[in-house]
Design a protein around this ligand. Structure first.
Ligand code: RB5
Length: 144
């Protein structure tokens, strides 16, 4: 699967881990930066990943920042993006099953490698359940 991965400086190290992990699992993972630990602004990288998922270049995305909150908020500003912050593997499963999330976000400061790996496994193993969840997801639209 084609996956775009991005972060800010706080997520830099874990972002590199995620890119390697995805490649090892056979995914076509593309690192969209940053490429050093120099301080950057998370909205820039979140937007880059979100736009590339929204336009269909990538099927899904992974974003990381210190808390995962900044990249989630930023990515969700792009039409068609449903970015979900996963605090544990169960969140990852439910974000796919119930929310049809197309970007998964992680906190680099409060989530360890093992949790991220298990979360990504769950994320790829889960499918959107549709039905009542589809009705709800279809209601997620900008309203003003
Ligand atoms: C950067 O210090 C930090 O604010 C950022 O990584 C993130 O946690 C924002 O939501």
């Amino acid at each position: 699967m084609k996956i775009a991965v991005g972060s800010d400086h706080a997520g830099f190290e874990l972002k590199n881990y995620v890119v390697e992990w995805l490649k090892e699992k056979g995914h076509d993972a593309v690192d969209m930066g940053p490429f050093s630990e120099e301080s950057v602004d998370y909205p820039d990288y979140a937007r880059k990943v979100a736009l590339s998922v929204a336009d269909g270049t990538f099927r899904q995305g992974v974003l990381l920042c210190g808390t995962g909150i900044g990249v989630s908020i930023s990515a969700n500003k792009v039409k068609g993006i449903r970015a979900a912050l996963a605090c544990n593997p169960e969140f990852a499963t439910l974000a796919r099953q119930h929310n049809n999330a197309n970007i998964i976000c992680f906190s680099a400061r409060f989530t360890d490698r093992e949790t991220i790996a298990r979360s990504l496994e769950n994320w790829f193993a889960a499918d959107f359940e549709g039905g009542r969840h589809e009705r709800r997801v279809n209601k997620i639209e900008p309203c003003c």
